[in-house]
Design a binder for this molecule. Structure first.
Ligand code: ASP
Length: 482
């Protein structure tokens, strides 16, 4: 009851503050009045966040921030850009963790792949499945974004303004200074690791982390233990920082969207809606493809696969985390689909760490979307770089909320797309995250099912095989109902 009253008071309070802000007139006369107006709006948002939405999740708050930010942007026009530093601070906080996070999580992830030598063949098949789907996912994302052009209806004047604002970040693609593909591939090898970190050359950092991870996995495990524990700890610290920083997201989104809409008008918002639709339709194509691939390879009934994994999908949707969903994915794979424990416990944890097809598609679409908004022309070699970097970036994406948007920075940086463009999509980021995590988890379970079948490790559900017992027939046998 008391909390209900508190929420009511908070809601009313923010309405009063908004009213007071609007009462000062639109457009406000002096700069001081405008500043007061913006302060009143911001206070309304904070009050709303602290009371009305206190018990709601971050996702709702971000959404509220998006709506209020857009309203403030429309009400104040270019003046709304005054609160942009709030959003810029948030972006800087996120960027702060990127390099240590990528380096630590990739190094630890690859080093633990060392066990693959034992599982040799299965490891090879797993990687082949993951990589094939990765490339398909990014290519699909690029295809949809190029055909549907979600960011291309921005008027030329707005594009020019965007370019002028971030001119140092915008490189006209195809210009002579861009290195060729071969040069770029050779450049992935860091000739000076220190330089790679200082210049934040993401591909070089990824190369170094992966190389070190592989070498660690071949060295004496006991000797390597302190190194692995150290990087595991760094990884944990960075993820914790992201969790803390993400709480500021609603306010940052409010500021960023207000500034964006205020400066560029509602056109940006319309293309944001188109952008969401493009990402979601790409994810849907992937979603329907998984049970198809599974039934082609294993003859496992299409709908039965869906039903079998729906619990894991719901958990993925609500937690936005492949890692948090892992126990449920394993349960679904083993109990509902008949994947053997050995295969499930190898492929699913690996998948939750490195297999993020939904994230890869999202990164592909988003990179092209931002480039389109900024009026950049992406050539074939740029698109190939996106396929390569989005695959690598998604492999390096931790299975936790908002990690995909963090890793998107790698893709943007590599192609020369302005990082500030991320501000455009932050407002819808959580919704996109929920959707792509469902696909990430579905892809892991599909891989486990297909590979289990190829190894004769896909059993009839309800007939667990005792350890040491002869393998049960793989997949449905003629005349055997599933
Ligand atoms: N949230 C995603 C996952 O856990 C990762 C991402 O942010 O794309 O699968």
């Amino acid at each position: 009851m008391r909390s209900g009253m508190g929420r009511l008071a908070g809601g009313l309070g923010s309405v009063v503050l908004c009213g007071a802000a609007l009462a000062l007139g639109r457009p406000a006369e002096s700069a001081v009045t405008k500043l007061i107006q913006i302060a009143l709006f911001a206070a309304a948002v904070i009050l709303l966040g602290l009371t009305t939405l206190r018990r709601t999740g971050v996702a709702n708050k971000i959404f509220a921030g998006l709506v209020l930010g857009a309203a403030v942007g429309l009400a104040f026009g270019p003046d709304a850009a005054l609160i942009k530093p709030l959003g810029t601070a948030f972006i800087r906080l996120i960027k702060m963790v990127v390099i240590p996070l990528i380096f630590a999580s990739l190094l630890v992830g690859v080093a633990s792949l060392g066990d693959m030598r034992k599982l040799g063949r299965i490891g090879g098949k797993t990687l082949a499945f993951f990589l094939a789907y990765y490339v398909t996912a990014v290519a699909l994302g690029l295809f949809l974004a190029n055909v549907l052009k979600p960011g291309e209806n921005i008027p030329e004047s707005v594009q020019a303004e965007l370019k002028a604002n971030y001119s140092e970040d915008v490189r006209t693609l195809g210009a002579g200074e861009r290195p060729g593909v071969i040069e770029m591939l050779v450049d992935i090898i860091p000739d000076n690791p220190g330089d790679a970190f200082v210049k934040a050359n993401m591909l070089q950092i990824i190369f170094l982390a992966m190389f070190m991870g592989v070498v660690i996995s071949f060295l004496d495990r006991d000797k390597m233990k302190p190194v692995l524990s150290f990087f595991e700890a760094i990884n944990d610290i960075m993820i914790r920082i992201v969790e803390i920083v993400i709480r500021l997201a609603p306010y940052a989104v409010f500021a960023l969207i207000a500034a964006v809409v205020g400066t560029f008008g509602a056109d940006i918002l319309m293309s944001l809606l188109r952008y969401c639709a493009v990402v979601i339709s790409g994810l849907l194509v992937l979603a329907v493809s998984y049970p198809g691939v599974v039934s082609v390879f294993t003859r496992f009934p299409y709908l039965r696969f869906w039903r079998g994994i729906s619990k894991a999908q719901l958990i993925a949707f609500s937690t936005s985390s492949s890692s948090a969903t892992l126990p449920v994915s394993m349960e679904c794979a083993e109990e509902n689909l008949g994947v053997s424990r050995q295969i499930a416990s190898f492929i699913l944890p690996l998948g939750a760490t490195v297999n993020m097809n939904g994230t890869a598609l999202y990164q592909g679409v988003t990179a092209v979307f931002i480039a389109q908004v900024y009026g950049m022309n992406l050539g074939i070699s740029d698109q190939l770089v996106i396929v390569l970097t989005a695959t690598l970036a998604s492999i390096g994406t931790a299975g936790a909320p908002a990690m995909g948007v963090l890793m998107l920075i790698i893709v943007l940086k590599q192609v020369g797309i302005p990082l500030e463009g991320i501000a455009l999509i932050l407002g819808v980021e959580r919704i996109m995250d929920m959707a792509r995590t469902v696909i990430n988890v579905t892809g892991d379970i599909a891989a486990a099912t297909v590979i289990a079948h190829s190894e004769g490790e896909l059993h009839s559900v309800g007939k667990p095989v005792a350890p040491g017992a002869p393998e049960s027939p793989a997949g449905p046998q003629p005349g055997q109902p599933w």
